[in-house]
Design a protein around this ligand. Structure first.
Ligand SMILES: NC(=O)c1ccc[n+]([C@@H]2O[C@H](COP(=O)([O-])OP(=O)(O)OC[C@H]3O[C@@H](n4cnc5c(N)ncnc54)[C@H](OP(=O)(O)O)[C@@H]3O)[C@@H](O)[C@H]2O)c1
Length: 302
């Protein structure tokens, strides 16, 4: 089935608008949907649509594929799409969301989960180690204008911050301390896997365990939404058996959105059913994503 009409839910968010730009020239009709029609109208080259995912609006959706870039009602939206033969791609990093969608059983269309940077690129780098136990490190630029959705998810997840370990990231970052963080990749990948987070700013990174106690304080959440200290670079590193594979660049929202757009462009011909990215794309995927200004690397972990 050709992709003639794709709806991007949360399409004017930080990730969503990158999905839209990655689909331009490949999909004739791109619909940008969210609760604010004015913001949807501001996205160039797309059809604006007002949708509140917490209502029945989604029942009226007309699309060949839907890309979910809003963390709201994901399982219900996935079920509605896949039951009606509409392909579904989700960038969520929440294991509970992905586990709920995995349980939907037989579907008429393709559902692709673990799409983006972490999960997403991290799953694909881990696959290159052939299922051996891996350690994953995610370094995020604290100066990037992350979307409110991603900031809320990160602050909510601070409660689950766990043990720390050292990982070597590609230059200029070097060896950093990461703290276990509930990215979904470590729960859906096979074998012994753990995923840790750090920020590009060493000072802010060291503060993370202390911020955990104050994560529900409204002014602190506002500071994280509006203050951008540090750069907009990111890097993910996946280590196993003394070797590290990495993917790095600027603006993780862009990397995530472009990864989702590349998945949409491969949906045609995928079998029905719900799968994670590492089960549906080939070894050409990461080099194609990296060609958009990102860098793949491989080096010793010592
Ligand atoms: N896999 C990865 O590597 C990765 C990386 C980054 C982010 N993410 C995930 O991607 C998601 C989006 O992140 P983001 O940074 O793009 O956040 P964002 O900028 O806040 O975008 C969220 C979008 O969803 C829309 N939305 C929220 N609630 C909605 C509702 N009830 N109905 C319709 N639309 C709704 C928002 O618009 P309105 O509020 O105006 O409706 C907005 O357009 C988050 O879940 C984040 O965790 C994953």
């Amino acid at each position: 089935m050709a992709m003639n009409r794709v709806v991007v839910l949360g399409g004017y968010g930080a990730v969503g608008r990158e999905v839209v730009s990655g689909l331009h020239g490949y999909v004739p009709e791109i619909v940008v949907a969210g609760r604010d029609l004015v913001k949807a109208r501001a996205v160039d080259g797309a059809i604006p649509m007002r949708i509140d995912l917490r209502s029945d609006d989604i029942e009226r959706l007309d699309a060949d594929a839907v890309v979910m870039c809003a963390e709201s009602e994901n399982v219900r939206v996935a079920e509605m799409c896949l039951r009606r033969g509409v392909h579904y791609v989700d960038v969520s990093a929440s294991y509970e969301v992905l586990a709920g969608i995995e349980k939907l059983g037989a579907t008429k269309a393709t559902g692709v989960l673990s799409v983006g940077l972490a999960p997403g690129v991290t799953n694909l780098l881990a696959r290159e180690f052939g299922g051996a136990g891996v350690e994953i490190g995610v370094l995020i630029g604290s100066g990037e204008r992350h979307g409110p959705g991603a900031v809320e998810w990160t602050l909510d997840s601070l409660g689950d911050l766990g043990e720390s370990w050292r990982m070597r990231f590609p230059p200029p970052y070097g060896i950093r301390t990461v703290r276990r963080f509930p990215f979904s990749d470590q729960y859906t990948l096979p074998g012994d896997v753990r995923t840790g987070l750090c920020l590009d700013s060493r000072a802010l990174s060291a503060l993370l365990p202390r911020l955990k106690r104050f994560r529900d304080v409204a002014p602190l959440r506002a500071v994280f939404r509006h203050v951008h200290l540090g750069g907009d670079g990111f890097a993910v590193a996946v280590a196993s058996g003394g070797r590290v594979r990495s993917f790095a660049g600027r603006r993780q929202s862009r990397a995530t959105g472009l990864a989702a757009a590349l998945v949409v462009r491969r949906l045609d011909g995928m079998p029905p059913g719900v799968r994670h990215i590492e089960d549906v794309v080939g070894p050409d995927f990461l080099p194609e994503l990296a060609a958009h200004g990102f860098e793949l690397g491989e080096y010793d972990s010592g």
